[in-house]
Design a protein around this ligand. Structure first.
Ligand code: ATP
Ligand code: MN
Length: 464
């Protein structure tokens, strides 16, 4: 038995030496006329493969080694040497190749031929074995790590908000119900639903945001953030919406909109620079094979300050630019994807922070500005993806908040605890929500959000 090392480690010249063991899956086998074989092994630890030189003298050479193909799992022991070949620093000269699991080449779906991302979604259980999905998974992991590190370094406490909730934070009504009632019996009884017989004695849902609960902790611990799953039953079959996605929501006390914008910008820059510095091989792949020029684009994003514009200025730009839009734009309407696309891709060609939206198109908790018409909201838009962050300064004045809730026809009694935060020691505070998958999309250049989460949940699809 040798000493196990990862392929990532074995690909580095500092690891050369006798008695190395690697464990992974065969990508390809090539038999040489000289009576030996080359195996390319990948174990997921990095993008690249390790080349194995398997000599004909191995006792199982003819019986097993020469039958190995894509997908087989193996343990290889041997001497790690400097490689004379171009494009790889090392190669492993095998003294033992142990086959752990076979993969029938007739039925294994991931043969050498390239498959479309659509096809690979049908094999979501096997696609992590491909170059693209391995790279996406490692970059997504890095981004998650960077998020925790960034907030930790900036004095934010990681906290968790409930996944089951009885309040609809966005007021959008696009929520999944959670019930323990027997729906089939209910349907056949034909009677009205009595929630008193349900688990929580009232209607309950999967959360669309942990913000309101996060505010309670921000007004005690100062700075907090959540990082958890979020659910939206919106029937939008787009390349940037999932029914289940991961959201990061920082919330800070004694913060205003400017502080919030700065936090969002520093935060995104940190994420992208970590991707470039710590996932070099994977980012090279995205740059060459997924979106040409991605690395340079991200470098530009890190170096330059983000563009800022108010909603009102954006509407002026959109109405006077001469571009034909499918959805007409006028002050007071919500921006559509095509408008965001124009602003980020054609007008500023980079990230854009849009602020001060009309109160009528934003939720009740956003702070009303002195003009009485707009709220202290900010969205961060990026080329290709659109909105990746939505945030705001929260309304800290009890009377103004109550008036906004009345307008939105929300029952004060249900939000008694939220209003208490304004009754007892209220402070200006602000926060935002970042969709993890949207930021992974932007960092990697992957065009469909279904390809940056392991098992996407979308209308009509909950396989795996
Ligand atoms: P959009 O306008 O793109 O539908 P939203 O305005 O509904 O987004 P928010 O409620 O502000 O989004 O949520 C905060 C963040 O969560 C968004 O900026 C985005 O990054 C992410 N997000 C929202 N909805 C989804 C979704 N269905 N799938 C993936 N990410 C989402
Ligand atoms: Mn939003």
């Amino acid at each position: 038995m040798g000493k196990w090392i990862s392929v990532a480690k074995a690909r580095d010249q500092s690891a050369v030496g006798p008695d190395c063991e690697v464990r992974g899956w065969v990508r390809t086998r090539r038999d040489s006329k000289g009576g030996f074989s080359f195996l390319e092994i990948n174990d997921g630890s990095c993008f690249g493969n390790l080349q194995i030189v398997a000599p004909g003298e191995l006792s199982n050479y003819a019986d097993e080694v020469q039958k190995l193909g894509a997908g087989c799992s193996v343990v290889v022991v041997g001497e790690l040497q400097k490689s004379p070949a171009k494009g790889q620093a090392t190669e492993l000269h095998a003294s033992e190749v142990r086959v752990i699991g076979w993969a029938d080449p007739e039925t294994y779906p991931l043969q050498k031929k390239r498959h479309s991302f659509e096809k690979l979604r049908e094999w979501a259980h096997l696609r992590p074995r491909t170059n693209t999905f391995g790279a996406v998974t490692r970059v997504r992991n890095q981004i998650s790590q960077s998020i925790h590190q960034f907030f930790h370094e900036n004095g934010f406490f990681y906290t968790n908000t409930p996944i089951i909730t009885a309040s609809d934070c966005e007021g959008a009504g696009e929520m999944f119900r959670v019930t323990a009632l027997d729906l089939e019996r209910l349907a056949s009884s034909g009677g009205p639903v009595n929630y008193e017989y349900d688990f929580f004695d009232k209607p309950a849902f999967l959360t669309v945001s942990g913000q309101l609960e996060a505010e309670t902790y921000a007004t005690a611990l100062g700075r907090v953030y959540t990082f958890g799953p979020t659910f939206r039953a919106e029937n939008s079959n787009t390349s940037r919406h999932l029914a289940e996605f991961w959201m990061i929501e920082p919330e800070a006390a004694f913060f205003d909109l400017r502080d919030d914008m700065k936090l969002a910008e520093d935060f995104l820059k940190r994420i992208f620079s970590d991707c470039l510095n710590l996932c070099d091989e994977d980012m090279q792949f995205f740059d060459q094979r997924i979106e040409k020029g991605k690395i340079e684009q991200l470098q530009g994003v890190i170096e330059k300050p983000f563009a800022h514009m108010t909603y009102t200025e954006a509407v002026d730009v959109l109405t006077s630019c001469g571009e034909k839009f499918e959805y007409p734009i006028a002050w007071g309407t919500d921006l559509q994807a095509e408008h965001e696309k124009f602003l980020t891709e054609k007008h500023v060609n980079g990230p854009l922070i849009l602020t001060d939206y009309p109160s009528t198109i934003k939720p009740f908790y956003m702070r009303v500005s002195d003009d009485g018409k707009t709220v202290a909201a900010m969205d961060v838009l990026v080329p290709g993806v659109g909105e990746i962050i939505g945030g705001s300064q929260r309304e800290e004045r009890l009377d103004v908040l109550q008036a906004r809730m009345a307008e939105a026809q929300l029952d004060e009694a249900e939000y008694w605890w939220y209003l208490d935060l304004r009754r007892f020691g209220t402070v200006p505070h602000a926060g935002f929500g970042l969709g993890l998958e949207r930021v992974v999309q932007y960092a990697t250049g992957m065009t469909n959000i279904r390809d940056v989460i392991p098992f996407p949940r979308t209308p009509g699809n909950a396989e795996f």
